[in-house]
Ligand binder design. Structure first.
Ligand code: GSH
Length: 284
């Protein structure tokens, strides 16, 4: 990663830290930055595929995804799940540190991925319907199309968003626009809820994204429904019987109810400090 890019990202991080402290600006800045991040991904997956509404190929058992919000490879998998309206059980695996690739010490779910797939890399998808487990975002996306698209055609904008330049643009702008550790990048220690939380929404929907970020940093597992059964951005917590449709309220509730320590606070300048020449795990 170029030094200049890291400096730029660190500057944006400081800028946003300041802006979010100004209460009346905070919601506007959240919305604007989520919107720009979505725009640079061409809002891929936000509009469901119409043919899928007929109910073709719905997985009998819910798919399971280990991922985190700050990971661009996880994003393209979520975009595809959203486009195909597939519900999924999410186990959030934010980083413990930016300094080291695949670091695992206190994380709630990273250890499960290591045990199941033998490497700490995301996204990681498990499909109990076929007994398949997959790393590699591109492989997962192809798998989803092959098994759960009902033979539908890929929409033009979705195909475009998967091309190199848009992947790079999306990655870069997302990192600039949503740079704070608590935006689903680094972990915030939390109490684990007994029952799974539930979230309705689509990829790049602003309210849904903000709630996903909070659930992610707090490592709270949840069912993500890509359906219209509830308005987008609805969060339900069966542990307290509470329901929210406002992202500010939902995020405040999540932190007040479950946070149990401080978010790992690092700057993009820490990226790769402890493993500058770390090798990516080999493809299996
Ligand atoms: N080629 C893989 C790359 C996956 C990858 O490098 N994921 C990063 C997150 S974006 C990762 O797992 N990093 C290790 C970590 O988070 O500690 C893919 O397309 O899925």
């Amino acid at each position: 990663m170029g030094k200049l890019r890291l400096i730029l990202m660190a500057s944006f991080q400081s800028l946003f830290r300041g802006l979010y402290k100004i209460t009346f600006l905070s919601t506007f800045v959240h919305s604007l930055t989520c919107f720009i991040a979505g725009l640079t991904r061409l809002f891929s997956g936000t509009k469901p595929l119409q043919t899928y509404a007929k109910g073709n190929d719905i997985p009998a058992k819910r798919l399971i995804l280990y991922e985190y919000e700050g990971c661009p490879f996880c994003r393209i998998v979520r975009e595809t799940l959203s486009l195909l309206s597939i519900e999924v059980l999410i186990f959030p695996c934010p980083r413990e540190t930016l300094k080291k690739y695949g670091h695992l010490e206190n994380s709630r779910f990273r250890g499960e991925v290591k045990k199941l797939g033998n490497k700490v890399m995301f996204p990681y998808l498990i499909d109990e319907n076929t007994g398949k487990s997959l790393y590699e975002s591109r492989d997962i996306v192809s798998y989803l199309w092959e098994h759960y698209s009902g033979g539908a055609k890929k929409p033009f904008l979705y195909k475009l968003s998967m091309r190199g330049p848009f992947l790079i643009l999306g990655f870069f702008f997302h990192a600039l626009m949503r740079p704070l550790p608590s935006m689903g990048i680094l972990r915030t220690p939390s109490k684990r809820p007994e029952k799974l939380l539930e979230l309705w929404g689509r990829e790049h929907h602003i309210g849904t994204k903000r709630i996903r970020e909070a659930l992610c940093t707090l490592e709270i597992p949840y069912i993500l429904y890509h359906s219209n059964a509830e308005p987008k951005g609805t969060l339900k917590d069966p542990n307290s019987q509470k329901s929210f449709s406002n992202a500010n309220e939902a995020c405040s509730y999540l932190f007040a109810s479950y946070q149990d320590g401080l978010t790992t606070e690092e700057s993009p300048l820490d990226y790769g400090k402890d493993d500058r020449r770390a090798k990516r795990p080999p493809k299996t």
